[in-house]
Design a protein around this ligand. Structure first.
Ligand SMILES: Nc1ncnc2c1ncn2[C@@H]1O[C@H](COP(=O)(O)OP(=O)(O)OP(=O)(O)O)[C@@H](O)[C@H]1O
Length: 300
């Protein structure tokens, strides 16, 4: 089956600044993908490359089996919601739907009207007067009513309060299910990612640190707790992602087959998604920006 998104040594430079470096991705269809990483990691750059808004400096990216924005037909297969959900302030909600119908051959007017009604939006309301949450709902409606095979959303819920956020994410999940589409969304909120995503990409330091199905990633990673010397000497085949030392014991987040850890002098548990993401982000962060070590570690 054609991957929904495939990148090979994908690199993007802005002048001398390297925003993405040698990124490889191979994402199967039908996933809801959470793209996470610190500020400036390259998330918007990756999403803009996926939509064809910008071109790679080197390497390649293919979306639904073709170059991004390769043709009008390909553009119709992808729905994009840019950061801050931009809308035309002077146009009404109904104007936006009319524009959507004019610009998109596969436009589903009845789906659009249904979503607008469910979101409680008045079609006569000017978009400039909508709240952040309402704007996000309008932008999502415009993207969904194209009936795309892939939705790309750049921090779609960033400006929303917790209740609006939950509502927005629920409608996103419903829309993805209704369309049978895939989705990629960038977010700083790991709880949002956990709520709707089944595939995770951690981008940090311009590189893909880890990517895979959430359930497989959680099964492959383990939290080891034990004495400092025990978590420092791990068996072959165990990759240490992050180690933290506290006065009485140390904690390591490792990637390994579970059987390799059996019988060791440590306690083994499954980390949660937040621990896993933070472990990769910390590993990739320049030493000056990492969280401060514990007192004991600092004093050694
Ligand atoms: N048009 C541009 N010109 C120059 N540099 C840019 C441009 N767009 C992005 N950058 C730089 O590329 C890097 C990656 O930016 P990008 O916006 O992709 O990161 P991000 O992960 O989306 O960040 P955030 O979480 O803060 O939105 C940053 O260092 C940014 O300053």
């Amino acid at each position: 089956m054609t991957p929904v998104l495939e990148a090979v040594r994908l690199t993007k430079r802005y002048g001398r600044h390297q925003a993405l470096a040698d990124c490889d991705l191979h994402i199967p269809q039908g996933r809801v993908i959470g793209l996470v990483g610190p500020n400036g990691a390259g998330k918007s750059t990756l999403l803009n490359l996926s939509c064809g808004l910008i071109r790679p400096s080197s390497g390649s990216i293919r979306v639904l089996g073709a170059e991004p924005a390769a043709s009008p037909a390909h553009l119709a297969r992808v729905g994009f919601v840019a950061q801050d959900a931009p809308v035309y302030a002077g146009l009404s909600v109904a104007d936006h739907l009319r524009l959507g119908a004019k610009l998109n051959p596969g436009w589903d007017g009845s789906l659009a009207r249904r979503r607008i009604a469910r979101a409680g939006l008045d079609p006569r309301h000017r978009a400039g007067g909508l709240s952040g949450g309402q704007r996000a709902q309008l932008s999502l409606t415009l993207a969904v009513a194209k009936r795309p095979e892939l939705l790309i959303l750049d921090e779609p819920a960033a400006a929303l309060d917790p209740l609006a956020r939950a509502g927005f994410l629920d409608t996103l999940s419903e829309s993805v299910a209704e369309l049978g589409a895939g989705a990629v969304l960038s977010s700083h909120a790991l709880a949002d990612v956990e709520r709707v995503c089944d595939y995770l990409i951690v981008l940090a330091g311009s590189r893909v640190q880890v990517a895979g199905d959430v359930s497989a990633l959680l099964a492959d990673h383990h939290r080891l707790v034990g004495r400092r010397e025990d978590v420092a000497a791990l068996p072959p085949g165990v990759e240490t992602v992050r180690v933290e030392h506290a006065p009485r014991e140390s904690t390591a987040i490792v990637r390994a087959e579970r059987r390799r850890l059996a019988g060791g002098p440590w306690r083994v548990a499954t980390p949660d998604l937040e621990e896993l993401v933070l472990a990769y982000m910390t590993r990739a962060a320049p030493a000056t920006t990492r969280p401060a070590p514990t007192t004991t570690e600092a004093s050694r």
